[in-house]
Design a protein around this ligand. Structure first.
Ligand SMILES: [Zn+2]
Length: 328
């Protein structure tokens, strides 16, 4: 397999392979949610001081006073919107099997935890740390992440594991449940990031983990297919709940799903219909199996991998002996 990689790809592959501990943990974190009852977040305690999470400090975060205030408004919108999503789905979530139930709680858990984060406003923190002459920052709780504002064309939010920052669109609407499903998906990545960092035992391994997700200027983004699949699985399960089970029913019966009725149910903007179409196409490969036994359908992972490759991403999968390989 390695002979098919170019020199640059090989270097990346080698780098990825060396993240042995971090990768194994990722599988472990997912396995823990399959087997464990109780809270999704394995360990909510602060990490040892020597293993605090370094931030690369290169985030293109604007830090004018205006920007700091704008982020405060967005943080409030996320809180309101996630409460709306929680209220719209809570009763149905409790009726799910143990695995699905646990799996769906993580994003709600982490958002409550992150409220305590003193550095939740990334531009504010960046301004203060620059004043102190620091180039990056450390966080004492590995689940904490900051928020910043960004112009995101089609998306309400995006999470950067290397920066531990969630970018939010100024268009984010707490009453638009599709926006909130996107935030919920990104919060899944924040949970995965926290679970992985929680298990990393040296600064060197932490550096490798961060380097893996850090995009070079003009370089390719990277995803780990298990993590991406797991985040989309959650998003689809939540969408199915919001549609009162009709998503799964229609797909299982081989019937089409009416996009305009989904748009109405989610109160989404017409320009988000492409996102709805993307989720329905994914759900077509996810159901009827779903994630109830803790495994994601291969055709579902293949579908996501193809989509991300077409967007220019490199797609990886953990290997049981440790490290990562390119997912084919
Ligand atoms: Zn994702």
């Amino acid at each position: 397999m390695s002979q098919t990689l170019s020199g640059k790809e090989q270097a990346r592959f080698d780098q990825a392979r060396s993240i042995i501990r971090g990768r194994l943990v990722r599988i472990g974190a997912i396995l823990a949610t399959i087997t464990g009852g109780g809270v999704y977040l394995a360990n909510k305690s602060a990490s040892p001081p020597e293993l605090v999470a370094p931030n690369s400090g290169n985030t293109p975060v604007m830090y004018s006073e205006k920007n700091i205030q704008a982020v405060n408004v967005l943080i409030q919108k996320v809180a309101t919107g996630m409460t709306n999503l929680d209220n719209a789905t809570r009763v149905e979530r409790t009726k799910l099997g143990d695995f699905a139930k646990e799996h769906l709680e993580g994003p709600f858990d982490i958002i409550k935890m992150n409220v305590e984060n003193p550095n939740i406003n990334a531009p504010k923190f960046k301004k203060e740390s620059l004043r102190r002459g620091e180039s990056g920052y450390h966080t004492q709780n590995l689940y904490y992440f900051g928020y910043a504002e960004a112009e995101l064309d089609d998306y309400a939010a995006a999470f950067s594991p290397s920066e531990k920052i969630m970018m939010l669109s100024s268009k984010l609407d707490p009453n638009n449940l599709l926006d909130m499903l996107v935030v919920y998906h990104e919060l899944s990545h924040a949970v995965q990031d926290g679970n992985t960092r929680q298990k990393i035992r040296s600064r060197e391994d932490m550096g490798k983990y961060i380097a893996f997700f850090k995009m070079d200027p003009g370089g390719k983004g990277r995803i780990v297919i298990i993590d991406e699949g797991s985040a989309y699985a959650r998003e689809i399960e939540m969408l199915n709940i919001l549609l009162k089970g009709t998503l799964k029913e229609s797909i299982t019966a081989g019937k089409g799903v009416d996009i305009s009725s989904v748009q109405k149910a989610l109160n989404s903007r017409p320009e988000q219909n492409g996102t709805i179409q993307m989720l329905i196409a994914m759900a077509n490969t996810y159901y009827p199996e779903g994630l109830t036994d803790g495994n994601l359908p291969k055709k579902f992972l293949d579908h996501i991998a193809k989509l991300y490759r077409s967007r220019g991403y490199e797609v990886y999968i953990p290997v049981t002996s440790g490290g990562l390989r390119i997912y084919r």
